[in-house]
Design a protein around this ligand. Structure first.
Ligand code: CIR
Length: 257
C-alpha cells in the first residue's frame, strides 16, 4: 500500500506521566523530542506529508496517535481506547480526521479498541484481543471492515506474555510477509504467510513499519535489522529508546494513510 500522509503528535513535557509497565525508568524528555523529530524526518524521507499536532499535556500518552484511529483507503474509524486515561485523546483526532475523511465511524461503548491491536496486511486485517481491545470492540471493527469489503481475523493475545498490543509482536512487511515474535508464530491466523521470526531477545523490534519502499526498524536490534535487509528492503534505523520506556514503539507514533 502506498502512503501519502501521516499524522504525528510530539510528546508533551509530562510524557513521563503516561502509562507504562516497562520498568526502564522515566523517559528523558529532550531526547524523546529529538527522537520524534528524527522519526518525522524519516516519514518525510519515505514520501509522506506530515500533519503535526501540538503536544497535548492533558493526555500524556497522546504522542501514541496510532491507538486513536483505524485508517484504510476506504474509510476511517475512531477507536475507543481501552485505558480510561486515553479515552479523551479521540476527540482531538476526530477534529483532524474530518479534514481527510468525509465520514468517520467509531467504536461504541462497551467496546474498546486500540489501534495498536490492528494490523493491516494489505486489506486483510488482524485484530488483537488484548488488555486494551475487548471482544466487543474487535467485533465492531470486524463488522465495519466487512461493510467496506475487507476481511479480518481476530487473534487473542490475552494469555501471551509481554504483548501490550498485537503489533507489539507483529508487523506486515508487504509481499505476504509477517514479522512475528515466537509466541505468535503458531497462530492459525498467520498460516499461508511467510513468517520472519524475530530473534530471541529482540522482541521489541517486532514493531517495525513498512512505509512505501522502506522499513523503519528500531535501533539496537541488529539481528532483525539484518534479516529485513537481507529480504531486500531498504531499512531506516530509528532510536526510540525513550518511547520504549513508555511501552510504545515505532508504529504507535504515527497514523499513516
Ligand atoms: C499506553 O500504555 O497506552 C502507552 N503508554 C503506550 C501505547 C503504545 N501504543 C501502541 O503500541 N500502539
Amino acid at each position: 500500500m502506498r502512503f501519502t500522509h501521516a499524522i504525528v503528535r510530539p510528546p508533551a513535557p509530562n510524557f513521563a506521566d503516561g502509562l507504562t509497565t516497562a520498568g526502564l525508568g522515566p523517559p528523558d524528555y529532550e531526547l524523546a523530542l529529538k527522537q520524534h523529530e528524527r522519526y518525522c524526518f524519516a516519514l518525510q524521507q519515505c514520501g509522506l506529508a506530515l500533519t503535526r499536532l501540538p503536544p497535548d499535556p492533558s493526555h500524556p500518552d497522546s504522542t501514541f496517535v496510532e491507538d486513536t484511529a483505524i485508517l484504510t483507503p476506504r474509510g476511517a474509524m475512531l477507536t475507543r481506547p481501552g485505558a480510561p486515561s486515553r479515552l479523551g485523546e479521540v476527540a482531538g483526532m476526530r477534529e483532524i480526521l474530518t479534514r481527510f475523511y468525509p465520514t468517520l465511524a467509531s467504536i461504541q461503548a462497551p467496546g474498546t479498541l486500540d489501534g495498536g491491536d490492528v494490523c493491516d496486511a494489505e486489506g486483510h486485517f488482524f485484530i488483537g484481543i488484548s488488555e486494551r481491545t475487548n471482544e466487543e470492540g474487535a467485533q465492531q471493527l470486524a463488522e465495519w471492515l466487512a461493510q467496506l469489503g475487507y476481511a479480518s481475523t481476530s487473534v487473542d493475545i490475552r494469555r501471551l506474555p509481554g504483548l501490550l498490543h498485537l503489533k507489539s509482536g507483529l508487523a506486515y512487511l508487504g509481499d505476504n510477509r509477517l514479522v512475528v515474535v515466537d509466541t505468535l508464530a503458531d497462530q492459525a491466523a498467520f498460516h499461508g504467510y511467510e513468517l520472519v521470526r524475530v530473534p530471541v531477545g529482540e522482541e521489541y523490534a517486532a514493531n517495525c513499519v513498512r512505509v512505501n519502499e522502506h522499513v523503519l526498524v528500531a535501533a539496537g536490534y541488529p539481528m532483525l535489522e539484518t534479516l529485513i535487509r537481507n529480504l531486500g528492503y531498504p531499512v531506516i534505523v530509528l532510536d526510540v529508546s525513550e518511547y520504549r520506556k513508555m511501552d510504545g514503539g515505532l508504529s504507535c507514533l504515527s497514523l499513516r494513510f
